[in-house]
Each structure stands twice: as structure tokens, then as C-alpha cells.
Design a protein around this ligand. Structure first.
Ligand SMILES: [Zn+2]
Length: 390
């Protein structure tokens, strides 16, 4: 599989190189052996190299240049060219839309980590007992695989992916989307740090304990890694351990997000979130100086701690999961402006003073209501969502 992956990466980079050099060739040049001759009198028609052009060359490459490409499934190779094509299409689309756009990049060993069977040819999966199954890949062989969940619907593609020292197969399947029966309960959700989420009905969702434990372990391993001498064998070992712990934390977080988003979508009809502004929040605060030019504390330390929590909670990936599941189930998902959601009193609507992060309770001096700070915010978010619908 690694051998196939290496060849695919080589092909990807070569296909990218061809497209790049054609795009760069502004002056008409004719080659005589190694000498380049300028031919300014010749008008040249500029045409992008297409996927089809490259696909045609593949046959030639197999016959003459690289017979070892015959050892790779043809559809897998064509998918590599498809990927290059998609990278360019995305690039041109962003350029046209006036967005900042990076030119498609050459892929390194670490970045290029998968190859795809784009249809049903060249591979087969045979279910065995329990979670065991056999995966037959043409030109590669038969591999024992463990199914993490039953395959649903009709399989369309199979992708083989390397992650650290592990290999995974991912099947993209076509499933009928099933709308859930209508629910008469709506919810506003405040995503936070003390609790993972506060719901407008007063419920709190907390990060699972095993996840927090894995996180602590990761931190210890990172510290151990920092103590090891550069280039040493022990450092390499420690780095592998850190990568493994990272993967564990990542998987646990994903699992937690999937489960919680499923519960929300099953239970509520309208789900309201705050529009996330993580990008703004993660910005480093500007350095503050007094008149004499001395630097004053600017809260960078607390912000970086906060940054970490924001990143780790992975709010964005969570709301995206809820959104995807909601669309499938015929639920409504709304994002509202988070401005003042923690200051306004959800009971009487009067805007109170700014709250510091440590202030956990909302107490209204106007109507006297006392609520958990995040619960109050969740109620405001739900109200904003209802206003938006109306
Ligand atoms: Zn009030």
C-alpha cells in the first residue's frame, strides 16, 4: 500500500508540475536538443492542460516510461489526475471569486496519505464473522480489516488512508436521507469552556471524563518529549508516543461530538447556535504600552489559555456536525449574532453590565432573576433564533 501511495504521489506531483509549467510558459520557445530558441513570431494559443490530456498520456507512461505503473489499478491512477484537476478547479474558482488563493502545492510524504478507488472496480469487501471482514484490492492483495460499524446503503468509493503507523479504509456510501418526525421542542445552545454546552432548558453537556484524562496524558507526553535530546533515538520514540496520544484525543473528541450532535438533532426541531468567531478570538491581543514605552500586561497569557480551550473544544467541527445531521433529518439550524448574549437578562430583556469570564452567575438588578451565566446566554440565543424565524 505504501508502494502504491509513493507512486501515486509521484504521479500527482508530475501532473501538477506539467500544469504549472504550461501555465508559466508565456514566451514561445522551441527546443533544439538542449538549446532553447525564442520564436516570438509564432503566436501561441494558451490552453490549460486538461485532465483528459493527462489521462491520455498515462497509457504512454505505462508503456514506455514507467512499466511499474502497470502494477497499480488504472482507476486509482486516474483518480490521482482527478485530484490534481480538482485542486486547480478550486484554485481558479477562488481566484475568480476574488478570494486569496494559494497555488496548488506539491505533496510531501506526510501530506499525501491516501489513494482512492473511485468506483466499484478493482476492489471488493467480503464480510466475515462479527466485525471481521476481508478487503481484496487488485494488484495489492487480500487484507484483513476490522469494520468499525456496519456498512449502510450502496458503496460508491473506497479510499485507503495511512495515519501514523495505521492504515484505514473509508467507504463513501449513498444512503437515503430519512426525515425525523416533527418535534415540538426548540433549543438554544451556548458553547462554553466551563461546560462544553449549556442548553436553554437548563441542561448542561460536559466533556467526558475519559477525554479529559487522555488530554492530561497527552500533555505529560509532550513534556517528556521536550526533555529528550534532539536527534536521539529516545526523542523519536517519545514523538511517536505523542502522535499516538494526539490521535486518541482527536478520535475521542470526534466520537463525543458525533454522539451529542445526534442526540440534539433527534430531540429538537429548531437548534440555535451563536455564530462562531473563533478566528477573532484566537488573535493575539495587541501589546499595550504606557507613556514611557513600558509594556503593560495585555492578557495574552489568559487569551492563549482561552485559545487552547477554544481549539480543543472544536466548536466549529461540532456545529458543522449538527448542521449536517439536521439537514438530513429535516431540522432547522440557525446561527445568531453572539453580541450581548451574556449581558442581556433573558427574563426581562434589560442589558446588564459586562461580565468577566470568572463571573458564573447572572443576577439581574432590574427583575431580580438569578440564573447560571451560560443558561441565561442559551435562553437569549434561543430567543434570537425565534426572532430570526419570525
Ligand atoms: Zn432581568
Amino acid at each position: 500500500m505504501q508502494w502504491t501511495l509513493d507512486r501515486c504521489r509521484e504521479l500527482y506531483n508530475a501532473a501538477l508540475d506539467e500544469r504549472k509549467s504550461v501555465a508559466r510558459r508565456i514566451v514561445p520557445i522551441k527546443f533544439c536538443g538542449n538549446i532553447a530558441i525564442l520564436e516570438p513570431e509564432k503566436t501561441i494559443v494558451h490552453r490549460q492542460v486538461s485532465k483528459l490530456d493527462q489521462s491520455r498520456q498515462l497509457t504512454e507512461i505505462k508503456h514506455e516510461l514507467r512499466p511499474e505503473y502497470n502494477e497499480i489499478n488504472d482507476h486509482v491512477l486516474r483518480n490521482v489526475l482527478e485530484r490534481v484537476d480538482l485542486a486547480f478547479k478550486a484554485f481558479f474558482r477562488r481566484v475568480k471569486a476574488g478570494e486569496k488563493s494559494g497555488y496548488p502545492r506539491f505533496q510531501s510524504y506526510t501530506r499525501y496519505d491516501s489513494f482512492t478507488y473511485p468506483d466499484l472496480q478493482g476492489w471488493k469487501v467480503i464480510p466475515g464473522e462479527g466485525r471481521h471482514a476481508k478487503l481484496i484490492l487488485s494488484k495489492i492483495g487480500t487484507i484483513n480489516v476490522k469494520l468499525h460499524r456496519p456498512i449502510q446503503g450502496k458503496i460508491k468509493t473506497a479510499t485507503i488512508k495511512r495515519e501514523g503507523e495505521h492504515w484505514y479504509v473509508t467507504f463513501a456510501c449513498e444512503v437515503e436521507s430519512e426525515a425525523l418526525p416533527v418535534s415540538y421542542e426548540d433549543v438554544g445552545i451556548d458553547l462554553g469552556i466551563t461546560h462544553f454546552a449549556a442548553l436553554s432548558n437548563g441542561e448542561m453537556i460536559d466533556n467526558p471524563r475519559h477525554y479529559r484524562r487522555a488530554e492530561k496524558k497527552l500533555k505529560q507526553l509532550q513534556q517528556a518529549l521536550a526533555r529528550k535530546k534532539r536527534g536521539s533515538h529516545r526523542r523519536k520514540k517519545a514523538a511517536q508516543k505523542v502522535a499516538k496520544a494526539h490521535r486518541k484525543v482527536r478520535n475521542q473528541r470526534k466520537d463525543f461530538h458525533h454522539k451529542e450532535s445526534r442526540k440534539l438533532v433527534n430531540k429538537y426541531q429548531v437548534i440555535v447556535f451563536e455564530e462562531l468567531q473563533a478566528a477573532n478570538l484566537s488573535k493575539r491581543p495587541k501589546p499595550k504600552q504606557d507613556e514611557s514605552g513600558k509594556y503593560l500586561p495585555n492578557g495574552a497569557a489568559t487569551k492563549s489559555g482561552l485559545n487552547k480551550s477554544i481549539r480543543d473544544a472544536g466548536w466549529n467541527s461540532f456545529t458543522q456536525m449538527v448542521k449536517a445531521k439536521a439537514e438530513c433529518a429535516g431540522r432547522t439550524i440557525i446561527f445568531v449574532d453572539p453580541k450581548n448574549t451574556s449581558q442581556i437578562c433573558s427574563a426581562c430583556g434589560v442589558k446588564g453590565p459586562h461580565k468577566d469570564l470568572e463571573e458564573r452567575i447572572h443576577t439581574c438588578t432590574y427583575c431580580g432573576v438569578v440564573l447560571d451565566r451560560d443558561h441565561n446566554a442559551a435562553l437569549n440565543i434561543l430567543a434570537l433564533g425565534h426572532k430570526q424565524i419570525a
